[in-house]
Design a protein around this ligand. Structure first.
Ligand SMILES: [Zn+2]
Length: 316
């Protein structure tokens, strides 16, 4: 049996967030400041709503419980997660706790989080990746309106993440014909957006990638990348070299095309403070990614991949 899950309703493309009919008495949850989100809400034409703007990045379970308590008895009809991953994660978890429908509207693009059953929540100051069908959006709204103004560096890291997720998801052992369809189309759209300078296509590409990898998984490239994240390297940047080397190892059909995208985005090679053996100790237990890799990965393979990433200039 194969299974694919996605939000019940997906509104996307130009004016999607503007033309959507928002339910009355919604709670808008966002991490941004009034000078920014007031412009967004104005564009959306939403009326009769409340705003909760005290969400912090990497939201803790306590902060979510606090929002729940704050609005208890107020007959909130929908949570609207407006912003980056943290705003959406809070709504995903709130929706699971209360059963109130959630509308997810990303304003930064790349993770495809608006499409997935994943949420990152902190428990006792430790980030935890959770998965639950109840995290799935009732409605996802993907509108390129929110893209302009995104700093180039953030946009390039997000684009790389989306392309890495699409191509790793395509190769994943958990993939199926339908996830491959989404991943393949996602990569085609993202490649066109990046190589032909059509940034307005990035949100759609990231959305397709979210459906594709969200129903399969990412693999070796992501597993390798976290030792760099732990040293402060942005996620998308670390994937440029990690996923390229992983694709080479896996003999992925996306190896050359992914590398070309990274070159177009002008990524530099990575450095690593810790030794390869220490890094391998961190990477090997990441079975969630490694077990879904199309080829078995040994500790020796990991060390070899890290050597390629650091010493062999994989993007040349
Ligand atoms: Zn990723």
């Amino acid at each position: 049996m194969w299974k694919v899950m996605m939000p019940r309703k997906i509104a996307f493309g130009d004016n999607a967030a503007k033309e959507f009919d928002y339910p009355k008495n919604s709670l808008v949850v966002t991490t941004t400041t009034p000078d920014i989100y007031e412009k967004w809400l104005d564009y959306m034409g939403i009326k009769d709503y409340e705003v909760y703007d005290k969400v912090t990045p990497d939201p803790s379970i306590e902060s979510i419980e606090a929002v729940k308590k704050n609005y208890e008895g107020k007959k909130i009809s929908a949570y609207i997660g407006l912003g980056g991953g943290s705003s959406m994660d809070v709504c995903k978890y709130l929706g699971k706790l209360t059963g109130v429908p959630k509308i997810l509207i990303p304003t930064t693009f790349g993770t495809g989080a608006e499409m997935t059953t994943y949420a990152v929540i902190s428990f006792e100051h430790k980030k935890k990746l959770l998965q639950d069908e109840a995290f799935l959006a009732d409605t996802a709204i993907v509108d390129p309106y929110f893209l302009p103004g995104t700093p180039f560096n953030i946009m390039r890291n997000s684009a790389c993440d989306a392309a890495a997720q699409a191509s790793e998801g395509y190769d994943s052992k958990l993939s199926n014909p339908l996830t491959k369809l989404f991943c393949k189309e996602a990569f085609d759209v993202l490649e066109d957006a990046i190589t032909n300078d059509k940034p307005h296509l990035l949100p759609y590409g990231a959305m397709l990638s979210g459906i594709g990898f969200g129903n399969s998984s990412t693999t070796l490239g992501h597993a390798l990348s976290y030792v760099f994240s732990n040293e402060g390297v942005p996620h998308g940047y670390s994937l440029s070299s990690c996923t390229t080397v992983a694709h080479k190892f896996n003999k992925s059909i996306y190896y050359e095309r992914f590398k070309k995208i990274c070159n177009k985005l002008n990524f530099e090679t990575l450095t690593l403070k810790q030794g390869f053996e220490d890094a391998a100790d961190v990477i090997m237990p990441d079975r969630g990614h490694l077990d879904n890799n199309p080829l078995p990965v040994s500790r020796e393979n990991i060390v070899h991949c890290l050597d390629e990433i650091i010493n062999k200039n994989p993007l040349s």
